[in-house]
Structures are given as structure tokens and as C-alpha cells.
Design a protein around this ligand. Sequence first.
Ligand code: PLP
Length: 277
Amino acid sequence: MSLIYLNGDYVPHEQAKISVFDRGFLFADGIYEVLPVYQGQPFMLAEHMQRLHNSLHAIGITPPHSPAEWEAILRHLLSIEQLDNAILYIQITRGAEFPRNHLPSPNMQPTVMAYLVPFTPPAGEPTPVKVELLEDIRWLRCDIKSVSLLGNILLKLQSSASGGQEPILHRAGRITEGASCNYFIVKDNELITPPADELILAGLTRQHVLNLARGAHIKVREQAFSTAELFAADECFMTSATREIIPVGQVGNEIIADGHCGPVTQQLIELFRASRS
Ligand code: PLP
């Protein structure tokens, strides 16, 4: 990564600077978006632009750019960085003002930043991972793709300390999501994932997987499932933009089914990989 889009300019990353009074730094008062690019083509661009718009709307920031302007920024970064497969990171905060004050002034100028990193799309045999079941200690607006990620970070650290790749979070025994992914289980050939309410981020990989499953006539249910249902599942997998679909073979000390990548997960991985080219 060498070039950063920052407030209308393209600057080398060592020169990309923001104020220490930026509300993103002081209060995590901002949102972000993560968009994969395959073979030079942004994946689910319209959906990512809509989610970016939704996040901004939820926290009361006027969108600084139209989707067409974002696409132009992305194409410019792609051409400069000469990348075919990449991940675009976008972050928008409410902006900077002095002195620090919880209540922001009206009409602040947002801080707008974006950059690309190289991306190697997953390939080959998927390796099932271990995840750790933890209580979801986060706030109640997890549908906003907010940069306020301290809860997610603490949970990820806790899971990692026990050898988990991700936490699998629950509220009162109902599975919500991961620190940076959504979860699905398969039971009796039915695909089940928690509903896209305020307790989870409506992952766009999740949405794509649901569409692929429906297209393949796999039965789908968007409904909360319990920890007991998780442990009794035939298959379990996680989804995220950068990891696509990863089978889960173990939750804590419990092996899920036989611990291998199950047939529905395998089918969805194949459909996903075919759909991205
Ligand atoms: N849930 C959380 C909390 C996330 O941070 C993410 C991705 O960062 C996801 C779910 C998956 O979303 P997507 O598939 O759009 O990457």
C-alpha cells in the first residue's frame, strides 16, 4: 500500500496525516467499509455503497461522495497501485474540532480516507478452523459498520488466547456473529443464519451466500439459533469479505459433526468462487 486517498487528495501513506482532534481518534466517531476487488472489478459495489450510506445515515453524517465518485476513487487507486485483486478500505469520521467536546458542532467537515491493499482470493482446499464461544459484550447497534470496535478487539484477543481463529458470540445463549464475520449452521440440509437485525452486521458475504444458496435450491432460514443448536449442527461456517467462506470444525473443545468441511459448505464455497470471476 503506498497511496492514500485523504479528503480529496492522493498522498503517499507516510504523509497521510489527520488531526489529533479528529473525532475518529478521540471518540471512534466514524464508520468504515471494506470492499473486495476481483480481477479489477469491485465485488457487490452497489451493495457496499448502500451499506456505507446506511452507516453514515445511522450516525448523521452527510455522505461526502456519491457512489460514482467512490468508484472513480477506487479506479484511480487501482490504476496507480496496479492491482488486480485488492481490498478497498474506506473510513469516514465526523471530522476534527478543538477543543474536545462530546457533542459535535453542527456541519462539521468529515474526514474521508481510503486505500487499497493487495488481496489473494482464497483458493484450494478449505481448512476447518477452531472458534471460541464467548458472550457478546458489544453494544446494541452492531448493524452500524462503526469504527468503535473495542468490544470486537477484546473478544478477538480472548478467543485468540485460547487458540480460536474467531469468537462465535452469543447473547443469552443465542448466537449473533463473530468479531469480524457472520456465522451459518447447516442442519438436516437447511442453512440457518441469524437475522440481519441490530445485533449483527449485515455482512455482504452473508447476503451473497444466502443468494447463492437460494439459487441452488438449498433451504434457507434467517433465524437466531442457540448454542445447543450450534453444537448439534451438521456443519458450521463463517463468512467475511476477506475470507469468503471458512468451515468451522471446532467450537471450544467440541468438534462440530466430524470436524471436516461439510458438503453444503463445500458446495457454497465452489459456488462462491465461481461467482467472483
Ligand atoms: N460482522 C462483523 C462484526 C464484521 O466486522 C464483518 C466484517 O468485517 C462481518 C460481520 C462480515 O461482513 P462482510 O461479509 O461484509 O465482510
